[in-house]
Design a protein around this ligand. Structure first.
Ligand code: SD4
Length: 342
């Protein structure tokens, strides 16, 4: 694994991005990972770097992709400075921190929780829903009850920082699901890597293990200051995440309503099934949204990240600012910065 501080230094010095292969999402990203380079893990946003490191410990020792994505997703869920995923997530407009997550394995098994309060690792509860129940999705109080019955401890999730941001928001109470709204309320943490200076959105993770099996995970606190009860794309199989072991996997970030309306991650996987490369499939899914609603396309963010069976990966986002992290034996801690479609 590259030393993290060294990586930051190298990144800042490498103005052209060549040293670490930084490329624009607007320009095609060549599929870089032949199957011999498996295992591999990719994750949305800069905070995917730390998540990938935890996942890599599983993958690099021959572990299963499912275990890798769960281990990785737990990292931002536990980060007290991350206000868009997990325990320190911003609350809804009534002050409730409600978490959404889902997970899917190589056999097509899947599980999720939505609008779950008081439990700090929704991804692990989602996995229990998958493995211990005949159901796919548990919501609200039922999800919390299920988690407690399975050994999770109830906690107050609203942190002082999140409460402060919420109270500030209450002064205007204007709900506009703006792009990367979390950044506006974020105080940079000294001595943290750049990825932790921002609090972008959902983490979606996709891993292909050494056996060639794919799994994915997606976890979020959803849109900050949302209507109580609102559920986005992230816990919805086919919208925020989809994996098909014959083809590949996809995950999304951004305004979940648009992703649900277009069944985004399922669409990306189906486009890859028809022969598209991951980035092309992501671009087509973004274009589908723009085509239907050109009027909102300049004001919201939606991004997709995808991987195929060979470990080729790609992403595309509507607005600039989207990034993702890649980790395999050759490219550890790589962050690829994206540009706007516009
Ligand atoms: C949602 N897609 O709840 C998530 C949140 C997100 O940028 O990714 N925001 O709609």
């Amino acid at each position: 694994m590259l030393d993290r501080r060294k990586f930051i230094l190298t990144t800042s010095l490498a103005a052209t991005g060549a040293a670490l292969n930084l490329r624009s999402l607007a320009a095609p990203i060549a599929a870089p990972a032949p199957s011999s380079q498996l295992p591999i893990i990719i994750s949305t946003w800069d905070f995917g770097v730390a998540a990938n490191q935890a996942a890599w410990k599983v993958l690099s020792t021959g572990g299963r992709a499912l275990d890798a994505v769960e281990a990785g997703a737990r990292v931002p869920e536990a980060d007290p400075n991350n206000h868009s995923v997990g325990a320190a997530g911003y609350p809804d407009r009534d002050g409730h921190v409600t978490l959404d997550a889902c997970i899917m394995d190589e056999k097509g098994n899947c599980g999720g929780v939505a609008g779950m309060e008081y439990i700090d690792h929704p991804i692990s509860v989602a996995r229990m829903v998958m493995e211990k129940t005949p159901h796919v999705l548990l919501v609200g109080d039922g999800a919390t009850q299920f988690a407690v019955a399975n050994g999770f401890t109830k906690k107050q999730l609203l942190t002082p920082d999140s409460e402060k941001a919420w109270k500030e928001w209450l002064k205007t109470s204007k709900y506009q699901p703006e792009m990367n709204i979390e950044n506006k309320h974020f105080t940079p943490v000294p001595n943290k890597m750049p990825g932790n200076q921002y609090n972008h959105d959902t983490i979606g993770m996709l891993a292909v293990d050494a056996a060639g099996n794919i799994s994915g995970a997606c976890t979020t606190s959803g849109m900050a200051f949302k209507l109580h009860g609102r559920v986005g794309d992230s816990p919805i199989i086919g919208a925020g995440l989809f994996v098909d072991n014959e083809v590949g996997g996809a995950t999304s970030t951004g305004v979940g309503e648009e992703v649900i309306r277009n069944v985004g991650s399922f669409l990306v996987v189906e486009l890859m099934r028809q022969g598209m490369k991951p980035e092309d499939a992501c671009r087509e899914a973004v274009n589908r949204i723009v085509k239907k609603k050109p009027e909102i396309a300049k004001t919201i963010q939606v991004g997709f990240l995808a991987i195929n069976k060979k470990g080729e990966y790609g992403a595309y986002a509507l607005q600039k600012g989207f990034s993702y992290a890649v980790c395999n034996a050759q490219k550890q801690d790589l962050i690829i910065k994206g540009k706007s479609i516009y």
